[in-house]
Design a binder for this molecule. Structure first.
Ligand code: R5P
Length: 309
């Protein structure tokens, strides 16, 4: 097994505490913006893992070129590790005559030559079906549970920020016996713009935890927090596996009554706020890479056990 990456980030330095990452991959960029990745050592016949923190179009294309280079250099098996898989929010035709971005991304990665994909918290697990190669879909909740248990909060209510996140929230609640549950009925008119929110459930005198897969502009979180606090909650904390934190995200977080936002480093977090706490996904990801390289099950890494809900 050989592991490569084009990223220099907090996540990569954390992962390298657990597994060896080769430096025999370089990326040149031409003046016109084109990329040229190169493996500087032979990888013929190797099982190759390419870890790629991808959120921009340039990163998508350089990842594709790296996979192409690995295939042409004779790698035996190419595992693409995407801590965050872009375009996950497009998993069906949601708007009239619109694209399905996550299907297109799956087609591209497969066409360039991946043998399997390892990723965390796809926006919808149905996206795994867009790939004809194995998709190892890690449960992001595992990254955060221990931290929230260490807070020893009383009267916890887990609140799903929309209908799509209910399963993820129910799974998280398993680790908090005695917690109650709520859900927000969120309606959007267009991407990044929320039309209305309605809370179903009782949050009065509760310490609320909201679990989401993505925080982008922070619009969902700000509105949800304000609504929950108005309904009499004691506090609101939130978890989002992928901290995109674009546009006015920090302003939204800072101006909301949110006590704390806990995100992972699937995307490099550069935005600063005292309310943001980053927990690395390096342990979960390294264990999964290790188990896959040894052809061992990843079930234990992925399952949350407990007596809640
Ligand atoms: C949507 O369904 C996702 O799960 C997130 O709730 C959404 O992407 C967050 O976006 P924003 O932070 O821009 O409201």
């Amino acid at each position: 097994m050989k592991i490569f990456t084009l990223n220099k980030s907090n996540l990569i330095s954390e992962i390298s505490n657990y597994i060896d990452i080769s430096d025999a991959l370089t990326l040149e960029k031409f003046q016109d913006g084109e990329f040229l990745p190169k493996f500087t050592q032979s990888i013929r016949g190797e099982n190759v893992f390419i870890i790629s923190q991808v959120s921009t179009s340039d990163q998508i294309i350089s990842t594709c070129l790296t996979i192409d280079a690995a295939k042409r250099a004779g790698a035996n098996h190419i595992s693409l590790v995407l801590p965050y898989t872009p375009y996950s929010r497009q998993e069906k035709v949601d708007h009239l005559r619109s694209s399905i971005g996550s299907k297109m991304i799956a087609d591209i990665f497969e066409k360039v030559g991946i043998s399997q994909l390892l990723t965390i918290d796809l926006h919808s697990s149905a996206i795994t079906g867009f790939y004809n190669v194995p998709v190892i879909h890690l449960n992001g909740n595992k990254i955060f549970i221990k931290y929230f248990q260490s807070l020893e909060l009383k009267d916890i209510c887990i609140v799903s920020p929309d209908q799509g996140a209910i399963k993820k929230n129910v799974d998280f609640a398993k680790a908090f016996p005695g917690s109650t549950f709520g859900v927000i009925n969120k309606k959007r008119i267009k991407p990044n713009e929320i039309h209305s929110m309605e809370l179903i459930g009782d949050v009065k005198d509760k310490n609320v935890i909201i679990i989401d897969d993505i925080i982008d502009t922070g619009g969902t979180l700000k509105k949800a927090t304000d609504l929950i606090m108005k309904e009499g909650a004691l506090s609101v904390r939130a978890v989002a596996t992928h901290g995109i934190l674009s546009g006015s995200a920090i302003e939204n977080i800072e101006s909301s009554k949110l006590q704390e936002l806990v995100v992972s480093d699937t995307i490099e977090i550069t935005a600063k706020s005292d309310k943001i706490h980053v927990i690395s996904c390096a342990t979960v990801l390294s264990k999964a890479i290790n188990n896959l390289s040894l052809n061992k099950s990843i079930n234990e890494i992925n399952t949350i056990r407990g007596g809640g809900l």
